[in-house]
Design a binder for this molecule. Structure first.
Ligand code: NAP
Length: 291
């Protein structure tokens, strides 16, 4: 139980919709477990109201806040500083309030690489095939590049937003030592060749998410081999078709729950300087789901 006192600090999640978010449960459980006098709430905020809400969060001496869609990009305009990785990603999901100075970070990226490390995969020096070029893909791609991935193949379907894949590859090539290139999902042979040469295959698209649980971008699983690690950012369902295909081929797989948990843990550490009790959160909030 959290005891609200005259000293209790607050923070929370800004975006829309937010009612479904697991972040309040994760952070409030962690505050209570570590006896930290703070609470985390969810606020449905869109459009122009974001600017005003950020000002109020600054003035009321909050510890900070998370930002989810649709404000992850334009919240950066209202902050005093933005971390290098968040600037490269082009989005902020966590803001720390340091005595009225607001500093933006992106813990989707660090959360993703922490999830990889938790499962024994160090990105340094590796070759990665990443499917998708949206917000989650950007965060993971940039952080993997900053953490030393050697070669990154960004695979997107041929759509208007393929430009986003090229722009992401260009930013990574300019700012990091990682070599990034772009391929198309429709080109099955190229995809198979890229997977064959990779250490990690990541799904950063909603393919396989409920209710389309029998969907996978991998029509032919033959390029999968046991030394490949396969990670799926989709966490509903926990066991996706892609992960099942990979497990059948003997691959180690990592589900989306880990990224969700670690992006929260990284935000918690930025706000409190303390480690989130990850095992407790996994047990209570994610029903003990491990990968
Ligand atoms: P997003 O910004 O909308 O990007 C989605 C990406 O997937 C785009 O590249 C999009 O390409 C592609 N895509 C969508 N539908 C597709 C299809 N049917 N076939 C091929 N490509 C398709 O979404 P996001 O925020 O990056 O999220 C992507 C996934 O990651 C979602 O399932 C989300 O739930 C999950 N996620 C998980 C976590 C976690 O903590 N585990 C965190 C964030 C996101 P187009 O531009 O061509 O549509």
């Amino acid at each position: 139980m959290i005891q609200i006192t005259g000293h209790t600090r607050f923070g929370g999640l800004l975006g829309s919709p937010v009612a479904h978010s697991l972040s309040p449960a994760m952070h409030n459980l962690s505050f209570a477990a570590l006896n930290i006098d703070a609470v985390y709430l969810a606020f449905d905020v869109t459009g122009e109201r974001l600017k005003e809400t950020v000002r109020v969060f600054r003035d009321l001496n909050t510890y900070g806040f998370n930002v989810t869609m649709p404000g992850k990009k334009h919240v950066m305009e209202y902050l005093d500083e933005v971390s290098r990785s968040a600037r490269l990603i082009g989005a902020v999901n966590t803001v720390v309030n340091e005595n009225g100075k607001l500093i933006g970070y992106n813990t989707d990226g660090t959360g993703y690489t922490s999830a990889l490390r938790e499962h024994g995969f160090d990105p340094k020096g590796k070759e990665v095939t990443l499917v998708g070029a949206g917000g989650a893909a950007c965060a993971a791609a940039v952080q993997m590049a900053l953490d030393g991935v050697k070669t990154l193949h960004i695979v997107n379907r041929k759509s208007r937003s393929a430009d986003a894949a090229y722009a992401l590859a260009q930013r990574i090539n300019q700012a990091t030592s990682c070599r990034a290139d772009v391929a198309f999902l429709e080109d099955a042979q190229t995809l198979a060749d890229l997977i064959s040469g990779s250490d990690l295959l990541t799904n950063a698209t909603p393919i396989g998410m409920a209710p389309e649980t029998e969907a996978s971008f991998l029509k032919d699983p033959s390029p999968l081999r046991s030394s490949l690690v396969v990670s799926d950012m989709v966490y509903n369902p926990r066991m996706t078709k892609l992960r099942r295909q990979a497990m059948e081929a003997g691959c180690k797989t990592i589900g989306g729950t880990s990224m969700l948990l670690w992006q929260g843990a990284e935000a918690f550490r930025l706000w409190t300087g303390k480690q989130m009790p990850v095992a407790l959160v996994r047990e209570r909030i994610f029903s003990g789901e491990d990968e």
